[in-house]
Design a protein around this ligand. Structure first.
Ligand SMILES: C[S@@+](CC[C@H](N)C(=O)[O-])C[C@H]1O[C@@H](n2cnc3c(N)ncnc32)[C@H](O)[C@@H]1O
Length: 196
């Protein structure tokens, strides 16, 4: 479940390069990637990380409180699809957008996360123009290559719904004129997406 050390170093370096003020992570698990990002954040910047499994809250918080970067991390428990649209911004009137988003939640929900952050449900987009969306596991152990496009409709049947979710996500991104992207074959594949 946890991102590897190379990936942690990658997230840290990307964060230092982009110097985001506000970051969103979907899928905290024990907090390794959130800490990797937080360690790259400048003072005053923050990461909001969302985890659906409340049994992980104590262990993630225990790592955050032991880190000098823990104060930059805001942990939210619940489904990102419900929690993120309800996040309250501290400064009234401030645009509710993230500079950097890291998607690493349930692979079946990847298309829903993408539609949510891009504002496809009618709500405003949650990522600013020029912002970056990094998405993990987009090669999904190579299984994305085996799934034919006409099998994607079988998502609710006996086919591999996780693979189908990742395939659909990659297709949404590749055909979306609002973004440009490249898939980095780092570990299980990271989709690096820039919002125009
Ligand atoms: C691959 S793990 C995340 C690993 C973590 N980003 C890291 O590298 O240390 C995926 C996590 O997403 C969580 N998750 C699944 N569906 C979610 C949802 N709808 N909202 C938030 N978290 C979710 C799972 O409970 C799991 O802990």
């Amino acid at each position: 479940m946890v991102s590897g050390r190379v990936q942690g170093a990658f997230l840290n370096l990307v964060t230092r390069m982009l110097r985001p003020r506000r970051v969103l992570e979907i899928g905290t698990f024990t907090g390794y990637s959130a800490l990797s990002i937080a360690a790259g954040l400048e003072d005053g910047a923050e990461i909001h990380t969302v985890e659906i499994d409340d049994e992980l809250e104590d262990i993630a918080r225990s790592f955050f409180t032991r880190s000098v970067h823990g104060h930059k991390i805001h942990l939210h428990i619940g489904s990102a699809l419900e929690v993120v649209p309800r996040l309250v911004w501290p400064t009234p009137g401030e645009e509710r957008v993230f500079d950097l988003i890291y998607i690493d939640g349930d692979k079946r929900e990847y298309p829903d996360y993408y539609r949510m952050v891009m504002g496809d449900g009618g709500a405003p987009a949650m990522v600013r123009s020029g912002g970056i969306i990094l998405t993990d596991n987009v090669l999904w152990y190579g299984k994305v290559v085996g799934l034919k496009s006409d099998e994607i409709g079988l998502r609710d049947g006996s086919s591999d719904r996780h693979t189908a979710g990742v395939v659909e996500f990659n297709r949404l991104v590749a055909t979306d004129p609002r973004v440009e992207n490249v898939i980095l074959p780092l570990r299980d594949g990271i989709n690096l997406i820039r919002v125009k």
